[in-house]
Design a protein around this ligand. Sequence first.
Ligand SMILES: Nc1ncnc2c1ncn2[C@@H]1O[C@H](COP(=O)(O)OP(=O)(O)OP(=O)(O)O)[C@@H](O)[C@H]1O
Length: 306
Amino acid sequence: MNVVIIRNPVAGGRRQSGAWKAAYKAFSDQFPGLDVQESRSGGDAIRLAREQADRGCDLLIVAGGDGTISDVVHGILTSTRPDTPLAFLPIGTGCDFVRNFAPPVDPVELARRIAGASPRKIDAGLLLARDAQGLEQRRYFANITSVGISGEIVDAVNAGGRRKIVTGPLRFLLFSVMAILRYRPYRFDILVDGMRVHKGPLAIAAIANGGWFGGGMHITPQADVADGLFDVAVMREESVFGLLGLLKSLYTAGHLGHPLLSFHRGRRVELRPQDPDRFPIEVDGENPIRGGFVAEIVPDALTIRF
Ligand SMILES: Nc1ncnc2c1ncn2[C@@H]1O[C@H](COP(=O)(O)OP(=O)(O)OP(=O)(O)O)[C@@H](O)[C@H]1O
């Protein structure tokens, strides 16, 4: 079996090199002849995944965080073999997408689980947007695309180079508090399957395939990665104090029932900014697109062995 790890050497900060060494040993014991391909720059994992899928790789394992998973998903789904099986070796800052599958922490157990897993299908998201020249952009994603305060948080989390003093989920918490303290409402319209579910000031909207973002915030606890639908969470305008309370409750899904929060389900979600200059977006914890967009769920798009 031809197994390739696509590794992001900077995911999770430099402190992750010890975790990688242990994981590499566990995975090469489980998969003799294992090949490792390292991404050389931001977005390079897209090229690597596409090449490996095109050449007929039997299993692609992503060693990195959510941004690397997102790139690999985009690479596989734009290759000639979009059904190439995928697995995950979580080494990143937030590692939110893999939370949907409750993987073991121990790398030996993880490698064993992947080796014994049967292929199964899960959904992916597809974003349709326009770049500054008006050309259509198509971007697949694995987990969650969100706009509003989360976009600002991700900008701050990813800024400042890759040598980070605070790493892991604590980094998201720190930058979330800072962004909330600076918060002013954003204004945009949201349509789910053609129905307007929101118009006007807002704190955050999340379009979710999976349930977690922001390093363990359980924003859409009802989300199912294989139900052919997005779960959409819409948090209306709220005071800074109210948002800090919401942030705390997100980790335990205690935000359900919040009077300013609504949940919706659908296959197609459209976000139209009323003020395009204040429309921060994050896609799986990164910022690959700008401006208004349509998100479509692609049912059963991905084959995973996990
Ligand atoms: N060799 C490289 N040098 C610099 N950046 C890279 C390199 N390879 C990949 N990247 C970029 O690193 C970024 C971060 O990767 P990733 O999201 O996997 O880790 P993370 O941010 O630590 O984890 P998480 O997204 O789970 O919080 C991605 O945007 C990716 O494009």
